[in-house]
Design a protein around this ligand. Structure first.
Ligand SMILES: Nc1ncnc2c1ncn2[C@@H]1O[C@H](COP(=O)(O)OP(=O)(O)OP(=O)(O)O)[C@@H](O)[C@H]1O
Ligand SMILES: [Mg+2]
Ligand SMILES: [Zn+2]
Length: 507
């Protein structure tokens, strides 16, 4: 009997409908699988036959042909196990499912018939047509599916449970997605608080401005000055994610999880802070590879990508970040087509000024040869530096500042100011694709950073003196706009400009 089962395959972040067509007929027993399966799909027959045997049914002894359509799309991963198993059961007459057409199945099977989670379920749930279709998934994927409001889905722990639900038909086992309303608020307990950072007022302020306008930032200073510490505090002052952002980011994380990662998958409700090690490869940073998974830059979507020890990163890896920093997305081309992942992140970086680390230290002497210092700086290309709006030097904190373990301003207080500044930007950019000052185009920067004539003269004179490029000048305007927003001021004033000019320690 010929049967068609609906399923989905991932292509980048997109979920593409796939039908698993199974035809089991009398004849010389055999199994043929066509339709561009990858190795994991090809191996699924072994898992499926064993899982089916575990529930006491037999599907061998038939001449079985399976076609995965559309035939020109490469099918990857193990998510087609479940549709294949159900397909073999119905086509051999072992199982009768009322209105089989309304079910869309994904799931990996183990040899003993347990259902294991697969990646990208949120993408699949979001692209499921709202025509009464029912998504059937492993239970470990249930949280993702329930993020889609009104989605009809069935989750099961095993093939047996799934077969029971399908056989009963109707609404048996049916759940309905509740949307984002039921989301718990993020717990940010492992983020250090700015109140425990002694001194460093200038750096804290620079990070506040960076967070307020989503500007890229670079911290340069001696070893042990507190660069990494300050950057790690940053998530504590970033504004909450909107529902749209939660969906966008969770979707990417759902595509990146390894199939077979058991345990519940939590939606991403706090802005991601990704800090890949400097030995990271191109694939792990921008995505791709055989698994065609998103990289760190995409996992940082709507959050922060923090590159500690910036000069230690492979130069070509850093250069690959230029595209997403400009476009907000990454495209990876492969023989089977081009996949695009969203990647709109705030880039943060930290580094020492020279190989020994003390070139900017008032108390220590740098022992590097001028040539070594130059080579060290050249590890980071000009165009990359040019995209970093806020560059600050981090002076070492004087030891006497630590006396009595003084407390500074708390992250929560700083965050309130950041959120107010972001609210102003939301209003400003309503109806445009921009969300923050850092994203706005040059001509918008010119329009929104309104200045009085004398202030403008000051800006131009300063830019002239500092030999700013055209982009550097617009960058100055954007940062000034954010500083004015933090003060709740409509116009950019000389004070805002002079603070923005200070954030150019390195470029
Ligand atoms: N201002 C500060 N207040 C409190 N603790 C601090 C401060 N500065 C540094 N520290 C402490 O010093 C340690 C080292 O700081 P951190 O790792 O941030 O230095 P770094 O600037 O990143 O150095 P490197 O260049 O070697 O990476 C931190 O774990 C932190 O406990
Ligand atoms: Mg560090
Ligand atoms: Zn040095």
């Amino acid at each position: 009997m010929f049967k068609r089962i609906r399923s989905y395959c991932l292509f980048g972040i997109k979920a593409v409908p796939v039908s698993v067509e199974v035809d089991a007929s009398q004849g010389l027993p055999g199994f043929t699988l066509v339709g561009l399966p990858d190795n994991a799909v090809r191996e699924s027959r072994e898992r499926v036959v064993s899982a089916i045997r575990c529930i006491g049914k037999v599907v061998t002894g038939f001449r079985t042909t399976v076609n995965l359509s559309p035939a020109d799309l490469r099918k990857e991963g193990s998510a087609l196990d479940l549709p294949l198993a159900i397909g073999m059961l119905v086509s051999t007459g072992e199982l009768a499912v009322p209105s089989l057409d309304r079910y869309v199945l994904v799931g990996e099977l183990s040899l003993d018939g347990l259902l294991k989670p697969v990646r990208g379920v949120l993408s699949i749930a979001m692209s499921l047509p709202k025509d009464g279709s029912v998504l059937v998934i492993p239970r470990a994927n249930a949280q993702e599916a329930s993020l889609v409001e009104g989605l009809n889905f069935i989750c099961a722990d095993s093939l047996k449970e799934c077969v029971d639900y399908l056989e009963a038909g109707g609404n048996s086992g049916m759940c309905i997605g509740g949307g984002l309303k039921e989301l718990c608020s993020p717990d940010a307990c492992d983020v250090p608080d700015f109140e425990n950072v002694v001194g460093m007022e200038g750096v804290k302020r620079a990070l506040e401005v960076a967070a307020a306008g989503a500007h890229n930032f670079l911290l340069v200073g001696s070893p042990g000055a507190g660069k990494t510490l300050c950057a790690r505090c940053l998530p504590g002052i970033l504004p909450e994610m909107t529902e749209q952002e939660v969906l966008e980011t969770t979707r990417i994380h759902s595509c990146a999880r390894r199939a077979g990662d058991s345990g519940g998958f939590k939606p991403v409700t706090a802005r991601p802070f990704r800090s890949p090690h400097h030995s990271a490869s191109m694939v792990s940073l921008v995505g791709g590879g055989t698994r065609l998974a998103p990289g760190e830059a995409s996992l940082a979507h709507n959050g922060v990508l923090f590159l500690d020890e910036l000069p230690e990163f492979n130069r070509s890896v850093l250069e690959a970040l230029r595209e997403p920093m400009e476009e907000g997305s990454i495209s990876v081309s492969r023989a089977s087509g081009t996949v695009t992942w969203p990647a709109r992140f705030m880039m943060g970086a930290a580094m020492n000024p020279c190989p020994c680390g003390f070139a900017m230290d008032p108390k220590r002497v740098c022992t590097c040869l001028p040539d070594a210092r130059k080579r060290y700086r050249e590890k980071i290309s000009g165009p990359l530096l040019d995209r970093i709006d806020i560059q600050v030097s981090v002076p070492p904190v004087e030891t006497k500042m630590f006396e009595g373990n003084p407390k500074g301003e708390s992250s929560a207080t700083i965050r309130e100011r950041v959120c107010r500044a972001r609210a102003i930007q939301r209003e400003r950019f309503a109806g445009t694709p921009y969300k923050s000052n850092a994203e706005m185009s040059s001509e918008k920067a010119f329009r929104y950073a309104a200045m009085s004539k004398p202030t403008e003269r000051f800006a131009i004179a300063a830019a002239d003196k500092m030999n700013l490029s055209a982009r550097g000048y617009y960058r100055l305007l954007k940062v000034s706009r954010t500083i004015a927003d933090l003060r709740g001021n409509g116009n950019v004033e000389i004070d805002d400009l002079s603070e923005a000019l200070r954030y150019r320690a390195y470029g």
